[in-house]
Design a protein around this ligand. Structure first.
Ligand code: PLP
Length: 344
């Protein structure tokens, strides 16, 4: 049996989700006529206390649209150096928005007003305009670390005072809500834009939603069209998203429990030097001296356990909807009994 812990994007829709997709009422969404897409957009906007939503093909697209909405060419975007928007969106900030990026280094990717404020440029003929801060919750490359709303509030206040917009890459926002107990509805107060992925822990096959004010989403619709992201009978996909919100949010607690169990097992393994404290569904560990992460990943793969190399010393495992209790037990057995030699 293969136990695929490479990413929470590998999930397959279950029978209930497929049924919801097959029976969705659809129309041409570029004409604004797909009621299931509208239902998904309204449902998420209401949950997060935002005015409007926009269904997009990917999280990358929602982030890039938001950044384009909130900046002008020659502006500067402030984000953590681990940010998905910086590292894993192919330099899209430069390509789409013609903006520069100012990187901050927060512990596990978690920023504070003290870290952000010195990076905001004063008005000066030589400087780009600092116009946007992007936070990520949970922080993917930070090993699933999450912000509480009480940490976000003072960042919002700083952005307000300095006249910067604040965007949230909430690809895994529901994991953060599950871990912190914060209320989604309070998020709308703090952010100008929020990206929510349906195809990560929530288990939908495709799709992300950008949330914002009516004016932001009006602008975003045109940018989405220019990006080639206007979809026709997208309600078949939106139906999977609605189903995921109705059925899968609560199940994230199981993913978090599974991740903690994996983290605990890994911390006892001889080939692991340290494990980042597990906060959500991502487990990141450093391999012991003398070993490469690739050799550890290959040894685990021989036991049917798939995970990924994420840095010169680090390996990542991600739990998700398609990982059962039985698979976790088997994974733990293998993790504990595996022996990795330096020469292989
Ligand atoms: C996965 C992810 C995204 C979006 O990825 P897509 O594959 O484009 O949907 C954005 N931000 C973070 C933090 C992610 O993990």
């Amino acid at each position: 049996m293969k136990i695929d812990l490479r990413s929470d994007t590998v999930t397959l829709p279950d029978a209930g989700m497929l049924d919801a997709m097959m029976t969705a009422k659809v129309g041409d969404d570029v004409f604004g006529e797909d009621e299931t897409v509208h239902a998904l957009e309204h449902k998420l906007a209401a949950m997060f206390n935002m005015e409007a939503g926009l269904f997009c093909p990917s999280g990358t697209m929602t982030n890039q649209i938001a950044i384009k909405c909130f900046t002008n060419p020659m502006d500067e975007v402030i984000c953590d150096q681990r940010s998905h928007v910086y590292r894993y969106e192919i330099g899209g900030i430069a390509y789409h928005s013609m903006a520069s990026v100012r990187l901050v280094d927060g512990p596990r990717g978690i920023l504070t007003p003290e870290l952000i404020e010195p990076e905001i440029n004063e008005e000066n003929i030589h400087y780009p305009n600092s116009s946007l801060v992007v936070l990520e919750n949970t922080v993917n490359k930070g090993g699933g670390a999450c912000y509480t709303l009480s940490q976000i509030e003072p960042i919002h206040t700083l952005c307000n005072i300095k006249g910067l917009k604040l965007h949230l890459d909430g690809a895994r926002i529901f994991n953060a809500l599950m871990a912190t107990g914060d209320d989604a509805a309070d998020y709308g107060t703090y952010f100008d834009g929020i990206s929510v992925c349906l195809s990560k822990g929530l288990g939908a096959p495709v799709g992300s939603v950008l949330l914002g004010s009516k004016a932001t989403i009006k602008k975003a619709i045109k940018i989405r069209k220019a990006f080639g992201g206007g979809m026709r009978q997208a309600g078949f996909l939106a139906a999977a998203g609605i189903y995921a919100l109705d059925h899968n949010v609560g199940k994230l607690a199981t993913d978090h429990r599974h991740a903690r169990a994996l983290g605990e097992a890994l911390s006892r393994a001889s080939y692991v030097s340290s494990v980042l404290p597990v906060q959500t569904n991502i487990v990141v560990f450093e391999v012991a001296d003398g070993l490469t992460p690739l050799s550890v990943v290959q040894h685990l793969a021989e036991k049917g356990l798939l995970c990924s190399v994420t840095g010169p010393k680090t390996v990542r495992m991600v739990t998700h909807l398609n990982i059962s209790e039985e698979m976790i037990d088997m994974a733990i057995e293998n993790i504990i009994h595996l022996h990795v030699s330096a020469h292989k």
